[in-house]
Design a protein around this ligand. Structure first.
Ligand code: PBG
Length: 333
């Protein structure tokens, strides 16, 4: 595209910024509640909403409260919710068997939401870290995270989630070959209409810290995730990961974290044109909320601006803990 512009003063770009009406008219991107996926933390119990200290405004909810939240989200026009279980120490074992228990917290929550609020799409997380005593996303053998045995377990976990009624599976584990293995197993089991949003370009990031508190993984995690999550220095590698996951049958791809990786979002969208999502992760949420609570930034404006930037970068949608707050604000406007 070669923009043609008259010389100043015939061309005065400020004319199109002169009023809200003109600015709205020429806005290149828009944000709506339908762009949002709301990640929620599920815990056991009943009637429980327990604040997550490192994520002000975010709760761990018992299943009944998650269902209430799903109703609220659907009414706000949010099309999808993503479930993360908070698992206590007794459900964390070396074999991670709780991951494919049809009655684990995540699967019970999925069934409860689909029964009460069928119109909201439920996305589930495919990874072993909530169930492993090491806090890693895969099995650890002799200090190494083993790939292929982990993929077999992830397939069992994915099938249990599909069986429970999940609409979208989100493999966040970064093992090699998991998307193809999951896709094949889903087809064989008749779950041809269950979508996969792969965490295709997921970086080994410091911005996941508050999430690990929220799901109870911080204490468990030994070491780091650098042998499977990507090096933040890399960009071409993200394109290779996205190409691979699409070739293995992913329906949608994700870049994670979000704001520090908008360059990756743009490259992925431009190169592949596939449905592309970004995850505005816990640390990004915590930074904005903490600054707002200190009175250092306008929290609402920073929230809306940051979400809008994902759309400008080319994303089709955003996973964000801000989803209900942003949707409420949009409904009020
Ligand atoms: C782990 C998982 C993580 C997040 C989503 N799934 C953390 C990690 O990789 O350690 C992070 C989400 C966030 O920080 O908001 N499977």
């Amino acid at each position: 595209m070669t923009p043609v512009q008259a010389p100043y003063p015939a061309n005065r770009p400020r004319r199109l910024r002169a009023s809200g009406a003109l600015r709205d008219l020429v806005a290149e991107t828009t944000l709506s509640p339908s762009d949002l996926i709301w990640p929620v933390f599920v815990r056991d119990g009943e009637g429980v909403e327990e604040p997550v200290a490192s994520m002000p405004g975010v709760m761990r909810r018992s299943i009944d409260k998650v269902v209430e939240a799903a109703r609220e989200a659907a009414d706000l026009g949010i099309p999808a919710m993503c479930l993360f279980p908070y698992t206590s120490a007794e459900h964390r074992t070396a074999d991670c068997a709780e991951a494919w228990n049809p009655d684990n917290l995540s699967n019970r929550a999925t069934r409860a939401i689909k029964a009460a609020v069928p119109e909201i799409a439920v996305m589930t997380d495919v990874a072993l870290d909530p169930y492993s005593d090491t806090g890693h996303d895969g099995f650890v053998v002799d200090g190494r995270i083993v790939n292929d045995a982990t993929v077999e377990a992830l397939v069992k976990q994915a099938l249990a989630q599909a069986e429970a009624g999940a609409d979208i599976l989100g493999p966040s584990d970064m093992m090699d070959g998991r998307v193809g293995a999951m896709r094949g197993a889903l087809e064989s089991a008749g779950h041809w209409d269950v979508a996969i949003m792969s965490y295709a370009a997921k970086y080994a990031s410091a911005f996941y810290g508050p999430f690990r508190d929220a799901v109870g993984a911080s204490a468990a995690l030994k070491g780091d995730k650098k042998t499977y999550q990507m090096d933040p220095a890399n960009s071409d590698e993200a394109l290779r990961m996205v190409a691979r996951d699409l070739a293995e049958g992913a329906d949608m791809v994700m870049v994670k974290p979000g704001l520090p990786y908008l360059d990756i979002c743009r490259r992925v969208k431009e190169r592949f044109g596939a449905p592309t999502f970004a995850y505005q992760v816990s640390g990004e949420y915590a930074m904005i909320r903490a600054a707002a609570l200190n009175g250092w930034i306008d929290g609402e404006r920073a929230m809306m601006e940051s979400l809008g930037c994902f759309k400008r970068a080319g994303c089709d949608g955003i996973l964000s803990y801000f989803a209900p707050a942003a949707a409420r604000l949009m409904a009020a406007c």
